[in-house]
Design a protein around this ligand. Sequence first.
Ligand code: TYC
Length: 100
Amino acid sequence: MKEKIFYEEEEKISIDKPDLYRVYLLNDDYTTMDFVVYVLMTIFDKPKVEATSIMLYVHRHGKGLAGIYPKEIAETKVYQVESLARAHGFPLKCSIEKND
Ligand code: TYC
């Protein structure tokens, strides 16, 4: 039945390919470089060399990509980064953009 096939295809698309969101770290003048590297290693699972390179990119260009995730995971990463930063007295912020 034509209608059923269409329905199944629609469902398959939403299961196989969730929309992805880019999580960016934003630069500021107060968060320490070591803390940003720590965040990238612990929350975004980056090895130290890559974490350092992303941190320096953010420091020089204002923002940099930390990771790309489905929406709920991206939002959780932002929450984790900003809560951890606040707990350490840093103003570190993230932004999220849809990965079109
Ligand atoms: N600009 C900060 C400093 O000079 C370092 C920094 C890098 C802060 C990346 C935030 O997302 C950031 N201490």
